[in-house]
Design a protein around this ligand. Structure first.
Ligand code: AMP
Length: 418
């Protein structure tokens, strides 16, 4: 029996690759205008990196990571997200020694053992953006703005921005207690996971997807109402900056996001067009993370976008392959085939997109293939034409044909097909 791909891990076939290239190239263009540099990080890291950064009691670390010992017995994990690796690389290569704030982006596959469904996969791809070294709320507004500019440039429909503040450790500690007290009162109604979360990490209850827990969460105290003075001012300033950029947003006190490292601003771009998986991208501030991972005490903020969800939302025509000035070389006869073969290589090297037939098919069959490839021109090389020192060039759109001498053929073709 033929071997199939692993469940939730998909191929990206040539007919949709244009869409992927589009979302990648628009990201590169826009992010670079905002001063971001690309960084490429490994897919495999020591498990400890994620356990320490994302949080031991988060869903990702508890249930979703692809973790295994390598042949030396070292515990490794296929990255479930990119921030931890970018921070690790930043610390390891002492990039903080370069002055000023640093802005990075990266893209690639992530791995989480979740239940696959539309918009949710076990291998999925993210575009990830990180800014290190600035705690000014202006930068929070700027990354939110950049995310929206990017999604607008891709013409994604009906995107809404939700924002919240997760406060700092100072306001989170007393809040945890009041949340724990509330949860104790309703503990018999919680799902078994939330029973456990109640003791280990009560904030994670806001991520629970079980309906009955959702109803309890709606009544729970929210962190936004327990912010300390500084965090309250900080959140107001983020909003003022968003106003100055004319960004529309909704404050969503239940937006806590599934990773422990967030502090203060969190945000998510939501769409009504993806069913249950409604987040296109999200992120926030993580001021303590660099230090937790053994680096300098530098603030950080960023976001990750799910590329599969972008692809699902793109207009049907987006990323369709551009018509190329493609030449098909149709050869009739053995000598013609060998001549056509060298010609095809020479023309490709000269910058033309060229295809040919290698199977000595009939002219009719070769013309059919040229049609299928949407070739704009066909060069017919036959033994008879060769004997005359010429080839025929057929313009497929105009349905016209002319004889071109073999002498100087490449230059002539290049001239005609510009
Ligand atoms: P997160 O790292 O969980 O904050 O996710 C950031 C974005 O990545 C989400 O808004 C989704 O668009 C996307 N994403 C997260 N998990 C998955 C998944 N399992 N499959 C597809 N996309 C995902």
């Amino acid at each position: 029996m033929a071997i199939k791909a692993v469940k939730g891990i998909n191929d990206i076939l040539p007919n949709v690759v244009g869409r992927w290239q589009l979302v990648e190239s628009v990201a590169r263009r826009i992010f670079s205008n905002f001063g971001f540099q690309e960084i490429r990080i490994p897919i495999l890291e020591k498990t400890e990196l994620f356990a320490r950064s994302i949080g031991e009691t988060t869903d990702i670390v508890e249930k979703e990571m692809y973790t295994f010992p390598d042949r030396n017995g070292q515990l490794l994990t296929l990255r479930p997200e990119a921030t931890a690796s970018v921070v690790r690389a930043f610390i390891q290569h002492k990039l903080h020694l370069e002055p000023g704030m640093r802005k990075f982006y990266t893209m690639g596959p992530m791995f989480r053992h979740e239940r696959p469904q539309k918009g949710r996969y076990r291998q999925f791809h993210q575009i990830d953006v990180e800014v290190f070294g600035v705690d000014d709320p202006m930068i929070d507004a700027e990354v939110i703005y950049m995310l929206l500019v990017y999604l607008q440039e891709l013409k994604l429909p009906d995107i809404k921005m939700h924002i919240n503040s997760m406060g700092c450790p100072d306001c989170r500690l007393p809040f945890r207690q009041s949340l724990a007290d509330y949860l104790e009162g309703v503990s018999d109604k919680l799902c078994s996971d939330c029973q456990r979360r109640r003791r280990t990490n009560p904030l994670r209850i806001f991520d629970c997807k079980v309906d009955s827990c959702g109803k309890l969460v709606d009544e729970a105290p929210v962190l936004l109402e327990h912010l300390c003075h500084e965090c309250g001012e900080n959140f107001q300033s983020v909003q003022d900056n968003l106003h100055s950029l004319a960004v529309a947003y909704t404050i969503d006190p239940l937006l806590v996001r599934g990773l422990d490292y967030y502090t203060r601003t969190t945000f998510e771009a939501i769409t009504p067009h993806l069913g249950a998986q409604d987040a296109v991208g999200g992120g926030g501030r993580y001021d303590g993370l660099m230090k937790v991972l053994g680096g300098p005490d530098l603030p950080g903020t960023g976001f990750a976008i799910g590329m599969e969800r972008l692809i699902l939302l793109l207009d049907d025509k987006a990323g369709a392959p551009k018509e190329r000035n493609r030449l098909f070389v149709a050869c009739l006869g053995e000598e013609a085939k060998s001549r056509g073969f060298s010609l095809a290589q020479e023309l490709r090297v000269s910058g033309l997109s060229v295809e040919m037939d290698y199977e000595s098919k009939s002219l009719k069959a070769q013309m059919r293939r040229a049609d299928k490839l949407a070739s704009t021109h066909v060069l017919i090389v036959g033994d008879d034409e060769l004997a005359k020192g010429a080839a025929l060039l057929r313009d497929m759109e105009a349905s016209s044909q002319e004889e071109i001498p073999l002498e100087g053929l490449v230059e002539q073709l290049l001239g005609r097909m510009k």
